[in-house]
Design a protein around this ligand. Structure first.
Ligand SMILES: [Zn+2]
Length: 448
């Protein structure tokens, strides 16, 4: 009997203690909830909900004003989360300048700092922030911190115009004229102003003052990097097997001269509106200006295994020009694709004809080569690493949101549009051409 009573009393004790615990914890959470609700409601209205509502509310206003929607910028948000806790807000212009310095992709930045008793109150304040309604704004980020000593909070909203990455695809697709880019020599981030009407443009770094990219558009307004105009196309043609390499070089050079009529760049007002052609287009049209015929010649030579590059630079006082350089048996040939006629008796050694030709940039299929000492007189070597810096335009992809580059490459010529290249007019007498390659062998001492 006594033992049974003991068991019952223990059971009752345990139950009572449990019930008391439940009441106590309910009590605590009730008070906690009451305080939180009164001070801003961390549990009933979370910061995540606040962020979502903020983006929704701002964009709701933009939809009715027919403006593009603002996107949340995670990179900007991460930066703010790291720096906002210690940030002084007494000078809001300084905050704006600091954000812009840390985020060079932003062309324009507007910041708004608000303190309030609750996140809902802050949300209402932000809705009246005028800058978020500017049409050019693209992105936003917002961070919250508790205000020292009190129940209220402080929030910082940053709205800005984040520029698109500079690349030929964006230049083709977008109407924008300002882009963000980083120099491929010194990595300096900067804003590029692109005038699409110009059709071809070299990008010069504002810090190191060197060219790091050349883009041009074709006649359809599609931009590519200069080297991507060398699509790997060669006209279908038959070469005799006993030809020397010099003979083959002259054969191709002569065929380009015979099949590509030189036409000048069109000029609209004072702006040259020159578009570029791929080799296939130049062959189909049977005409082109200097860079069109140079690209045509270079692409063919590359396909036949020559070391060749298209060179952009100045010719005497005549200004901008393009030509081709070829390295064969340790000799450098400078091939003019626009005028004159290839003369096998007079091999065009780069060192001999080169003084009037001042190169600035050259390219093959994969890279552009930029002069280490731009603007200076030229008597150097086209293949020297001392004078040239090699840059692959697609090598630096600083942004993961960039789409995979869509590069047009003509791998198989369409017989319907690429007529068989007639090499009829090229001297078939191999001995005559061999003789000329012998001349080439005799000159080096005098010309180099
Ligand atoms: Zn630079």
């Amino acid at each position: 009997m006594l033992s049974r009573l003991l068991v019952w009393s223990i059971l009752a004790g345990v139950t009572l203690a449990g019930a008391l615990l439940v009441v106590r914890s309910d009590h605590v959470s009730f008070w906690r909830q009451w305080i939180r609700q009164w001070t801003g409601g961390a549990e009933t209205y979370s910061e995540i909900r606040f962020q979502v509502d903020l983006v929704d509310r701002l964009n709701y206003g933009r939809i009715s004003a027919r403006l593009p929607l603002l996107k949340l910028d995670e990179g900007l948000e991460n930066w703010l989360e790291e720096h906002f806790p210690q940030m002084a807000l007494d000078d809001i212009n300084a905050v704006s300048a600091r954000v812009q310095e840390a985020m060079p992709r932003y062309y324009r930045v507007a910041v708004c700092a608000v303190s309030g008793p609750s996140l809902r109150a802050i949300l209402d304040e932000f809705q009246d922030f005028r800058e978020q309604q500017l049409p050019e704004m693209t992105h936003l980020a917002c961070v919250v911190r508790p205000q020292t000593g009190g129940f209220s909070r402080q929030a910082l909203l940053v709205v800005g115009q984040r520029l698109q990455e500079f690349n030929p695809e964006n230049l083709t697709a977008e109407m924008e004229d300002a882009y963000f880019s980083s120099c491929l020599h010194c990595r300096h981030p900067h804003i590029v102003r692109a005038v699409k009407k110009r059709h071809s443009l070299g990008l010069e770094c504002p810090q190191c003052r060197r060219t790091y990219a050349v883009v041009a558009s074709d006649e359809n307004g599609v931009f590519r990097y200069a080297n991507e105009f060398l699509t790997g196309y060669a006209p279908p043609a038959v070469f005799s097997k006993d030809q020397s390499r010099v003979h083959e070089l002259f054969t191709i050079w002569t065929a380009v001269h015979d099949n590509c009529r030189y036409v000048k760049d069109p000029v609209e007002g004072k702006v040259s509106t020159d578009t570029w052609q791929t080799s296939l287009e130049t062959q189909r049209l049977g005409q082109g200006d200097c860079e069109d015929s140079a690209i045509y010649l270079c692409d063919w030579l590359l396909t036949r295994g020559f070391q060749a590059r298209v060179v952009l630079g100045r010719f005497g006082d005549l200004g901008g020009h393009a030509w081709v350089v070829v390295k064969l048996d340790d000799k450098e040939y400078l091939l003019e694709s626009t005028e004159g006629r290839p003369d096998p008796a007079n091999p065009p050694m780069a060192s001999r004809v080169g003084s009037r030709y001042v190169p600035e940039v050259m390219f093959d299929r994969h890279a552009i080569f930029v002069r280490s000492t731009p603007g200076q007189a030229w008597k150097g070597d086209y293949w020297s690493a001392k004078y040239w810096t090699r840059i692959e335009p697609r090598s630096l992809l600083p942004d993961t949101e960039m789409s995979a580059p869509s590069v047009a490459r003509t791998t198989r010529p369409d017989p319907a549009v690429a007529p068989f290249m007639e090499l009829e007019e090229i001297p078939r007498d191999a001995t005559e051409w061999r003789m000329n390659s012998d001349i080439g062998r005799e000159i080096p001492a005098a010309s180099r």
